[in-house]
Design a binder for this molecule. Sequence first.
Ligand code: SF4
Length: 353
Amino acid sequence: MANLGYIQVVRHCNHFCGFCSNPSTPYVHTFETMRVLVDDLARRGYFGVILTGGEPTLHPDLPQIARYARQQGLHVRMITNGSRLAEVEFARALAAAGVELAHVSVYSVRADVEAGLRGVPGTLARAFGALDAAHAAGIELAVNCVINRDNADHLDENVRWFVEHHPYVRHFVWNALDPSMGRAEHDKARFTPRLADFELSLHRALSILQQTGRTFRVEKVPLCYMADFAWASTETRKIVKSEERIVHFLDEKQTVRQTAWEHVYSDACTPCSLRAICGGLFDRGNGYDPAELHPVFVSKAAIVSRIASEPEHVRPIADPAPPAVPVGRITLEGERRFAAQARAEQRRGPKPT
Ligand code: SF4
């Protein structure tokens, strides 16, 4: 991982994931309001920008801002649910604009589980179509997966599917559900897994990826549930490499510069050999149980050495201060869309599976 900036291009979405932690807001971006954020990331020497949301492909200026970011020397990535990327012409347009890597989120390759989590039927086929269309257009691909109660037992089944049916996907990102915001907080009892629920299937999934020569990162999972793969923890990598990231939230939080990666610890962490490089339990919403943490007694030096030995695209930070520019604006159009999305969420929120 290198220093990457996140720009939330929009906050509305055409899916209704039950654990969404970025609900709709009245803020909107124009090309100009995004341009100043791209300029700031380029000025401070960041390696790349991740265009995210909401669902970023719903912004009409996405290709334009991707092209501009590329021209400023940034590596351009986006995180998408794949609904529009499945359109061949749209995938080509993004590739031509300079999008180099697309993270397509898929929670489960079981269609019924995926539809239940997304609150919309038919999304899985679109996501698979997005992988194929983007690959054909020359965009590199990664699959993102939020670990939750409904997929916790078959993360390895997901991986086997992609290895067999979409072998060109070379990178995978896992995130333990964040129960601290939005619908994820409201429905945390419904969606938040126990750590023990996914420990084995995550280990099997990572083993398959390692055996087949793929790369992966795991976010928000404490190292005592990462067994042989502690080096793949994004928090641990950031602690070891002293990395930072900037997130331009399209809400009242505005710009957040993150430099600390430690979260919740318990008494069990005190004797743990990995305490100094572990992000602990990511749980600002009291969705997980700290009693699940347990000390491990393995070599911290071996993990640090492995992370430090890998080549990275880290550039010196030119200016650590957050930019003094507003992130988006509240407009009449933004307020109209926000109200419409709130009504739609009430009507179409996810049903229990
Ligand atoms: S016991 Fe605490 S410090 Fe040790 S790996 Fe688990 S969460 Fe990290």
